[in-house]
Design a protein around this ligand. Structure first.
Ligand code: GLA
Length: 328
């Protein structure tokens, strides 16, 4: 009898700390209940055959995968990226035939792609069983991050993959993206976070890569952003263009907001935590320029609703969702 295998991974919403991970800064995401699940059986031929509930076109991926970027349909690149990274590491992945189902809204900044990568990697580990040594959460996250780099060419940070792997229900995951240390922070019972979809992301990939490159240019001049304080910009800012000063100001102030937000939540200072979320939004919008007029308007509308304490855009930006904090 052929045994059916299942692997899943949840989406994530970032409460605060955006565009800080790729300079080794702080982020504070939490896992969502929405998940992606892959179910199927091992097969003897050298292919992965997958059918998705969201796409009439099936994916047929030939093994071994060396270049996932041209694979069609495009969602299958994330799967192929993971298969390629296992291949790079000398691991022979068996054939598989199955289905992909997801309740994570796609292209909304809730990490549907990272969830597909993590579900695939978990499935591969299951398929190869005890032929492989145990793999730590950070190693698995790095494997999936590399899969995304080679599948899409987007130089994403580690937040999405690591928070999905290490996240716990109803708990925020405070990650230091330099040493990858994690603090699990219980969310106070008086408040709740929700997610509101505003619009699909636009131009996200090229603008994301441009922000990563800008941070690299800044660091060549002023040193690591994760260690910098705003005073450093006063001292050394004249060596940067006006635009790079704004980019640096976002990253430096956002790292501080993550620290302050975690502390405010733990102390029950919810109004303070809410204003930090709003400050984070405007910093992303004005200094980092990863918001859109529609996202900014949606934030203003949301803040006038009864019970809302704070809100901000979440994730890579250029559209996607707001994360909203309110009293229960
Ligand atoms: C995307 C990337 C993450 C992170 C966020 C912005 O989700 O995949 O690594 O950089 O954008 O915080």
């Amino acid at each position: 009898m052929t045994t059916s295998l299942t692997a899943s991974a949840s989406g994530r919403v970032n409460l605060i700390g955006d565009h800080t991970d790729y300079t080794g800064g702080l982020v504070m995401p939490m896992a969502l209940s929405a998940t992606t699940t892959i179910t199927g059986v091992k097969v003897s031929d050298a292919h992965w055959h997958l059918v998705s509930d969201d796409d009439p076109e099936p994916a047929q991926i030939s093994l071994p995968v060396t270049d996932p970027a041209p694979i069609q349909p495009s969602w299958a690149r994330y799967v192929a990226g993971v298969l390629a990274v296992f291949h790079e590491r000398g691991i022979v992945v068996p054939g598989f035939s199955g289905t992909v189902q997801t309740s994570i809204p796609i292209g909304s900044g809730l990490s549907s792609s990272a969830a597909l990568e993590v579900a695939t990697a978990r499935l591969v580990l299951d398929l190869i069983g005890n032929h492989h040594q145990p793999i730590s959460a950070t190693e698995l996250a790095r494997l999936c991050q590399r899969a995304e780099h080679i599948a899409t060419g987007v130089p994403c940070g580690i937040m999405d993959q690591l928070s999905i792997i290490a996240g716990r229900p109803n708990t925020a995951t405070l990650i230091d993206c330099h040493d990858l240390s994690i603090d699990h922070i219980d969310l106070p019972s008086e408040i709740e976070f929700s997610v509101r979809f505003i619009h699909h992301r636009t131009l996200a990939d090229s603008a994301y890569a441009e922000r990563v490159a800008q941070c690299q240019s800044i660091e060549k001049i002023i040193g690591p952003l994760r260690l910098a304080r705003l005073q450093l910009l006063t001292a050394k800012g004249s060596a940067l263009s006006e635009q790079l000063v704004r980019r640096a100001r976002h990253v430096i102030s956002e790292n501080q907001r993550v620290r302050d937000f975690a502390q405010a939540l733990q102390r029950g200072e919810f109004q303070q935590a809410g204003s930090l979320m709003v400050d984070s939004h405007w910093s992303l919008s004005q200094d980092y320029e990863t918001s859109t007029p529609m996202m900014d308007q949606a934030l203003k509308d949301c803040l006038s609703e009864p019970g809302v304490i704070g809100a901000r855009m979440t994730g890579g930006g250029f559209g996607g969702c707001l994360v909203i904090m309110r009293y229960r």
